[in-house]
Write a protein that binds this ligand. Structure first.
Ligand code: NDP
Length: 606
């Protein structure tokens, strides 16, 4: 043990070895290919269980100025910022029967947001709304989405229950032709694509998956007709049922306590445990609320993003850090304390060492809490995450760990190998068959597959080129927003743009930027805009050249969707956000500088 390790309550050498061993156990040669696309005989997993009245309408063949594809928070923000800019002729196109996107689909019991509501819920000041508690649950977020849509009149002219199937550029008309599953042929001068990063549920390719004869569904299409209850629990239909859930990511962490409370027997099939921190929810402090000054929310979002991207620990930014009090900033606080202890002018190698030790300390806290809560030592051991903070999405939940103390709940740990087989009766792990009435897939969403596959439609741009072809070797864009050969099309997402765990922050920056551009084009009678070749090359090279993740991230992490299942896919560096996981506020500053410049550098206008 080194001299610095001797002072620690943990052994860094042991942790380095343990993390590497646990990661090694989970690496699979098939990487992302271990999952199967939901289509064909599995399509029923995608059916919308929330729609009461299927829509019947005639196909549309009209024209709009702006079509926004996707009615989740990103689409709503794009619509809202356009309305604020004075753009009236907007059509939102959305697959769900209402707005909400991820919050429309994810209504599983316990669904809630792990980021504080003051930061996560967009447009609080614009709407004059303050959440009643620090955290909000899925029904409140869905209500907020509807609030945004109503406030900004986005239901007007919207096409809900409508899926885009293809978009083709008509050079002569300088418009996009949008084809949908309702045989619409809508012409749009500008299109904004906000498909969402986690919009396509995925299934694991476990042998025998279609043999199961019991009831089954994916968490993002929760079948309350079967379970009873709603997103707040009360799953009375499960009282006499043996239920299995595959997956222990952020979704499962939220719904397992409800399943444990209501099912006759619950089996939780785990491959890799999540890190679970306390939630400590509380009502909004009204004295604090009264003290807020105009502009507070944007500033709070910026501060939160600064902390999550490693900028919260610097001297002079201490106030930023202290206004938050949750597990997201705990790591930053530990790092700040350790940097203070390390003294002035710390060399770069030492900074990385301090960062690593802070990360170890943070995760030791997570592991210690499991020992404090979970009574059975073997179960407690199996629930411990052996990887760095932010290798997987941190979870904030007070009910998950105690659920494993219930007599009707069993953790079936697959020791990193995953479920062995599914039979007509249940699930097999290490040769033992667990008989089930209901099997729930909490197995997440497609990430790292082709953009157009996840979107569910292809784009045919100038000279018949498809976006799928153009991006076959990875994304090429200007600011992640424009891609040459696809004029008048704007993308809001994280590829070559920004990533922050407070996802709506990045969506809003993209929305404001695009609203600014469209307004400018309308005012100047500009009917065609495309990225200049050199500008696109320069931006794509800049993105490619940045470090993929902060220290202790990327492929050194345990496999998962954050790191393409631990595979070295050369496309991943093209598709990463600007500055990897650390560049969000820098990216926002770049967009701001572009808008300030006024002469739209890098764009070809006609
Ligand atoms: P994830 O992709 O995070 O989790 C999928 C789970 O399925 C993992 O535990 C995975 O194990 C497991 N799994 C996959 N294949 C197998 C197999 N063959 N056998 C056993 N287990 C298997 O999906 P989630 O839906 O949980 O979360 C997705 C994202 O949604 C989160 O990361 C977060 O960004 C977001 N979310 C946000 C919330 C919020 O508070 N705002 C709340 C809930 C979700 P392994 O880890 O080993 O791959």
């Amino acid at each position: 043990m080194s001299s610095s390790a001797a002072r620690e309550s943990f052994d860094p050498e042991f942790l380095r070895r343990k993390y590497a061993q646990e990661r090694e156990k989970r690496l699979r040669p098939d990487g992302n290919e271990q999952y199967q696309e939901i289509k064909g005989e599995y399509s029923y997993f995608l059916d919308d269980p929330y729609v009461d009245t299927p829509l019947v309408r005639e196909p549309l063949t009209d024209q709009v100025e702006v079509a926004i594809i996707g009615g989740g928070l990103g689409g709503l923000l794009a619509g809202a910022r356009m309305r604020e800019a004075g753009i009236e002729d907007i059509r939102m196109i959305e697959k769900g029967a209402d707005f909400g996107g991820t919050w429309y689909w994810n209504r599983y019991p316990g669904a809630a947001c792990d980021i504080e509501a003051y930061t996560y819920l967009p447009l609080l000041e614009e709407l004059g709304y303050l959440p009643p508690r620090k955290y909000c649950d899925a029904p409140e977020i869905l209500a907020h989405c509807r609030r945004i849509a109503e406030h900004y009149r986005l239901y007007d002219n919207a096409c809900l229950q409508t899926e885009v199937k293809q978009m083709a550029w008509d050079e002569a008309a300088r418009r996009w032709i949008i084809h949908t599953d309702r045989d619409d042929r809508i012409q749009a001068r500008f299109v904004v694509m906000v498909n969402g990063p986690l919009n396509r549920p995925k299934l694991p390719g476990i042998p025998g998956i279609d043999d199961f004869k019991g009831h089954t569904f994916h968490t993002s299409r929760w079948d309350y007709g079967y379970t009873g209850g709603d997103a707040r629990g009360n799953l009375t239909g499960l009282r006499d049922k043996r239920v299995g859930i595959i997956g222990t990511g952020a979704t499962a962490v939220q719904c397992v306590s409800h399943l444990g409370e209501w099912a006759k027997q619950l089996y939780v099939f785990q491959r890799t445990p999540s890190g679970v921190d306390p939630r400590n929810d509380h009502p909004t402090d009204m004295a604090w609320a009264a003290s807020l000054k105009p502009g507070w929310q944007k500033q709070r979002q910026k501060d939160f993003t600064a902390i999550l991207t490693g900028r919260g620990g610097r001297r002079g930014e201490i106030d930023q850090l202290d206004q938050f009090d949750d597990a997201w900033v705990e790591m930053g606080k530990i790092y700040r304390r350790r940097m203070r202890e390390a003294g002035k002018d710390v060399p770069r190698e030492k900074v990385l060492e301090v960062f690593e030790l802070a990360n170890f300390e943070k995760m030791e806290n997570v592991r210690r809490r499991i020992d404090e809560i979970v009574e059975d030592p073997e179960t407690a051991e199996a629930l411990k995450p052996w990887y760095a903070f932010m290798c997987k999405r941190p979870c904030l939940d007070d009910r998950y760990l105690p659920t494993f103390n219930r007599p009707n709940v069993k953790l079936v740990d697959t020791k990193g190998q995953g479920v062995e087989r599914i039979t007509e009766r249940g699930v097999v792990v290490e040769g033992v068959e667990y008989e089930l009435d209901c099997l729930i897939f909490a197995t997440g969403f497609e990430v790292g597959t082709d953009y157009t596959r996840r979107a569910g439609y292809d784009l045919i741009g100038v000279d018949g080129q498809s976006l799928e072809d153009k991006w076959r070797q990875g994304m090429r864009t200007l600011y992640g927003i424009h891609t040459r050969g696809f004029p008048n099309c704007f993308i809001v997402g994280n590829g070559q743009a920004s990533f922050t765990a407070n996802y709506p922050d990045g969506l809003d920056e993209g929305a404001k930027h695009i609203a600014h551009l469209v307004k400018h084009f309308q005012d100047q009678d500009i009917t065609r805009v495309d990225a200049a070749e050199e500008a696109e090359q320069a931006w794509s090279a800049e993105v490619y050249g940045t470090e993929a993740r902060g220290p202790m991230g990327g492929t050194s992490c345990t496999p998962g969707y954050y790191n393409l299942e631990g595979q070295h896919d050369p496309r991943a560096k093209h598709n990463q956000p600007y500055g990897g996981m650390m560049g969000a506020n820098l990216y926002f500053a770049k967009l701001e500088a572009f808008r300030q410049a006024g002469d739209l550098p890098g764009l070809e206008l006609a």
